[in-house]
Design a protein around this ligand. Structure first.
Ligand SMILES: [Zn+2]
Ligand SMILES: [Zn+2]
Length: 453
């Protein structure tokens, strides 16, 4: 085997990545040769900042998220990062390798977009802003209401980027989003090599021009991308956002542009210096966002302890079940979900339920989509990223902390998404109106206002 071809292989394998030695298939002599040439950069996996450990791969600097072990590699007691353990253990005696030899160029692909749909006026404006952001280094937020059609807003910008041989990352905290986006991009850009990365997926296209990845999978990339799109950046609590932000910072080239997509941007994001903001205040179909109603339902937890569901909720459910419209009922916790489910069964109200750890959740969601089930009880897992035609939505215990302003805006955003069923009911059943409930309603009213309603 010739060394030079192995060096080529290595360059390709490491292209835009930062990996542990165990992740690089190569012989020692080749490694020596490449190191001598100065083509490989090595950095310790864990660094010490002040007197604090920091993981270079995931950015974790939380003392409690480091472990100590008697290490077979260095024969001492050394530290390792628990936060990114899923990617393989990274200890203080290990190095991360990245390529710093001749840079690989990518082919320019002209007219790669094969999508022929039409953009709404709001989408058109945002699409132009995205295209501009791909041409000069910029941070852009596309603040699009639920149902505005934010994915299509990316298409022309991506086409421009591919025509210039640029490499693009679309990062998101959620595996579901990666899975949902992949077929849409694959059919819209048939000539572009695309890789979809999430826990358990295989990277079959290490040199893909477009990478769709979850937070964890983004952590393997290093100075790889000219354009980074971050979808659903607000989907998790701030701590989770923080590791996504770190992963993205590491994965992008210094000259890269960043585009954030969100219906409910956090105040932290909005405070980013030099952030350009473009809003799409109208839904794709042109109708306003449904405004949530507040319905007091008494001490519903106490009622449930006495094995009763609040009667305004039962009335609401029964009324809509008669109309044969699909109903989504959001509850604040998994234990409430089980309890509500038991009480609905006692009333002979047929339903299904889903939560994040539910292994059957994809089947249950499909059954609901196919209208084999009329009532679905859910935790916040279905608050975003799903469209059910003509769905009516209720929240039980809307005053609970888990229902933040963003969560409630997203939940309300499930209603009226289709042009043929553009309105619908959204009710917050509560035992005392919370600040978040008021803020969510004000948020929706503001967007409708800006949309000219
Ligand atoms: Zn780590
Ligand atoms: Zn060690």
């Amino acid at each position: 085997m010739k060394h030079s071809s192995q060096v080529q292989d290595l360059a390709q394998h490491l292209d835009g990545k930062r990996l542990l030695l165990s992740e690089i298939p190569l012989r020692k002599e080749v490694l020596k040769q490449v190191l001598k040439k100065g083509f490989l950069k090595t950095e310790s996996g864990l660094e010490t900042v002040g007197n604090q450990l920091k993981c270079r791969r995931c950015g974790n600097d939380d003392r409690t998220l480091f472990g100590k072990h008697v290490c077979a590699r260095c024969q001492t007691t050394c530290s390792y990062c628990r936060h990114c353990l899923l990617l393989g253990k990274i200890s203080s005696c290990q190095q991360l390798y990245s390529w710093c030899g001749p840079e690989r160029t990518r082919p320019s692909v002209d007219r790669s977009l094969k999508w022929e749909g039409a953009l709404s006026p709001g989408q058109k404006k945002a699409s132009e802003a995205v295209r501009k952001a791909t041409l000069k280094q910029q941070e852009l937020l596309v603040w699009a209401v639920c149902g505005a059609g934010k994915t299509e807003v990316m298409f022309h910008g991506l086409e421009t980027a591919f025509a210039k041989g640029k490499r693009v990352l679309i990062a998101t905290p959620r595996t579901d989003v990666v899975k949902e986006l992949y077929p849409r991009f694959a059919s819209s850009f048939p000539q572009i090599v695309i890789s979809a990365l999430y826990g358990g997926s295989k990277d079959r296209q290490p040199n893909a021009q477009l990478v769709l990845a979850t937070t964890h999978q983004t952590m393997r990339f290093y100075k790889a991308f000219d354009l980074v799109v971050i979808d659903e950046v607000d989907a998790f609590p701030f701590s989770y956002d923080k590791s996504l932000q770190y992963a993205v910072q590491q994965a992008m080239k210094q000259t890269a542009s960043t585009i954030y997509l969100s219906a409910t941007p956090s105040t932290t994001l909005l405070a980013t210096p030099n952030l350009e903001v473009i809003k799409i205040p109208r839904r794709f179909h042109g109708f306003p966002l449904p405004i949530p109603r507040f319905q007091w339902c008494g001490n519903w937890q106490k009622a449930m302890r006495k094995h009763k569901l609040p009667s305004p909720l039962i009335t609401w459910i029964k009324a809509y079940l008669q109309t044969k419209k699909p109903l989504l009922l959001f509850v604040p916790s998994i234990s409430t979900l089980h309890h509500v489910s038991t009480l609905l069964a006692k009333l002979s109200l047929e339903h299904a339920s889903v939560h994040a750890d539910d292994p059957n959740r994809h089947q249950a969601v499909q059954a609901f989509r196919d209208k084999n089930i009329s009532l679905m009880v859910t935790t916040t897992i279905l608050e975003r990223g799903v469209t059910f035609s003509d769905v009516q939505v209720a929240v039980l215990g809307a005053e609970k902390d888990v229902f933040t302003e963003a969560a409630l805006v997203q939940i309300a955003g499930r209603v009226g998404r289709k042009a043929e069923a553009a309105t619908g009911d959204i009710v917050f059943f509560h035992f005392g109106i919370s600040k978040a409930m008021r803020a969510a309603r004000a948020h929706i009213e503001m967007m409708n206002n800006e949309g000219g309603f």
